[in-house]
Design a protein around this ligand. Structure first.
Ligand SMILES: NC(=O)c1ccc[n+]([C@@H]2O[C@H](COP(=O)([O-])OP(=O)(O)OC[C@H]3O[C@@H](n4cnc5c(N)ncnc54)[C@H](O)[C@@H]3O)[C@@H](O)[C@H]2O)c1
Ligand SMILES: O[C@H]1[C@H](O)[C@@H](O)[C@H](O)[C@@H](O)[C@H]1O
Length: 341
């Protein structure tokens, strides 16, 4: 056990429990050293059968537990800032689920704290950067064969949303993935947001504005549109089509077995992110463990988490006001001069 990276997992809900399983059974070079959740039963359930793990109700106690050398934050977004700052205080490398911090002022405090340390410690859980299809699209766009990208058309559908999901969370939780993916795929910052509201679905909980149509402008004149629909009822569907000057490329069409019988062709549609992005999560956490063991931080970082929070906040204001809202980023600290694109 000694040379394995001991990880404290904060939050043992859907994602946290899945990351505990991944660290224990899928990823090499790491072990779960501690798990914290105020709901202690969840922490116990997630760690059942694991050796050498301590269970805590306080996140900070898990950071100080024996054998902890790194932290995976999978608590709800509003708890992330405190956990990130506590990890920084202890010099612990962190993989933090998205959104890094849902509010831009808190996200900036995280960036500033890391900049004061003078070295990167945080990777943010934008796992689409590790998805095979997204990586192929990125390589194609970077290779230049299709020419300059003009537009991204994105679809983000969930079967249903958690009970506490708000209209703002369609943007700052769900669309945060498209915000990061667009910045990464295009290598450009997003500069303005407009949000349109189609009639809400009868399948959406009372009062939830669902679906929404979000339109981003970029610094070099591209447009990114996102249909986000988190109670569609019929499948977990994430698609992206890049339209460029010399061609287009589309990812995210269903790619499972197609069965043709009785004059009909049918295929299964993933029902949630744990299925659609299973490989991406595995590669993301393995890359984090490998880099951490080499004393490095790779992948999307705190600046990317901050930029996503600022853009999402502008999006929420656009949703509330019905207008076009400009994105204003703080000056980028030198630590992030090399953009992780
Ligand atoms: N990358 C992805 O595709 C993806 C998918 C789902 C969720 N997420 C993110 O993962 C995070 C967790 O989401 P979830 O769906 O697992 O939520 P969840 O509600 O299923 O689980 C959250 C857990 O955190 C616990 N918790 C609450 N406050 C805590 C604290 N201060 N410290 C430690 N634990 C605390 C809760 O008791 C709960 O068990 C969120 O940031 C969410 O946006 C990411
Ligand atoms: O927290 C989840 C997660 O980020 C999923 O990847 C996304 O599809 C959902 O919309 C969101 O609620």
């Amino acid at each position: 056990m000694g040379d394995l990276l001991g990880v404290a997992v904060l939050g043992a809900g859907h994602m946290g429990a899945d990351h505990v399983r991944r660290l224990d059974q899928v990823v090499s070079g790491a072990r779960v050293a501690a798990v914290a959740d105020p709901d202690v039963e969840r922490a116990k359930e997630a760690t059942a059968g694991l050796d050498g793990v301590t269970v805590h109700t306080e996140a900070v106690a898990a950071l100080d537990a024996p054998g902890v050398a790194a932290v995976l934050i999978a608590s709800p977004g509003p708890a992330h800032e405190e956990a990130l700052l506590a990890a920084f205080d202890r010099g612990l490398p962190v993989l933090c689920e998205k959104p890094m911090v849902p509010h831009s002022t808190g996200a900036l405090r995280v960036v500033e704290a890391e900049a004061r340390l003078g070295r990167r410690l945080a990777q943010i859980g934008f796992m689409r950067r590790y998805d095979t299809e997204y990586r192929r699209l990125k390589a194609l766009l970077d290779g230049g064969a299709l020419g300059r990208p003009l537009m991204l058309h994105c679809t983000h559908r969930n079967v249903s949303s958690p009970a506490d999901f708000t209209s703002a969370m369609l943007i700052d939780s769900s669309v945060s993935h498209e915000i990061d993916a667009a910045r990464w795929l295009l290598g450009q910052e997003l500069t303005a947001v407009t949000v349109l509201r189609p009639a809400s679905s009868a399948g959406a909980p009372e009062g939830l504005i669902d679906p929404q149509f979000v339109l981003f402008e970029t610094e070099r004149g591209a447009l990114v549109d996102v249909e986000v629909f988190v109670n569609c009822g019929f499948g977990y569907q994430v698609r992206c089509e890049a339209v460029c000057e010399a061609g287009s490329a589309r990812i995210g069409d269903e790619h499972t077995m197609v069965v043709t019988s009785g004059g009909r062709a049918t295929e299964d549609v993933a029902q949630d992110y744990l299925v659609r992005f299973a490989d991406a999560y595995d590669r993301e956490v393995q890359a984090w463990v490998d880099a951490t063991r080499r004393g490095r931080v790779t992948g999307p970082g705190a600046w990317d988490g901050y930029a996503a929070s600022v853009v999402a906040e502008a999006g929420v204001r656009a949703l509330e006001t019905g207008g076009r809202v400009a994105v204003e980023l703080a000056p980028r600290p030198d630590l992030y001069a090399e953009v992780s694109r």
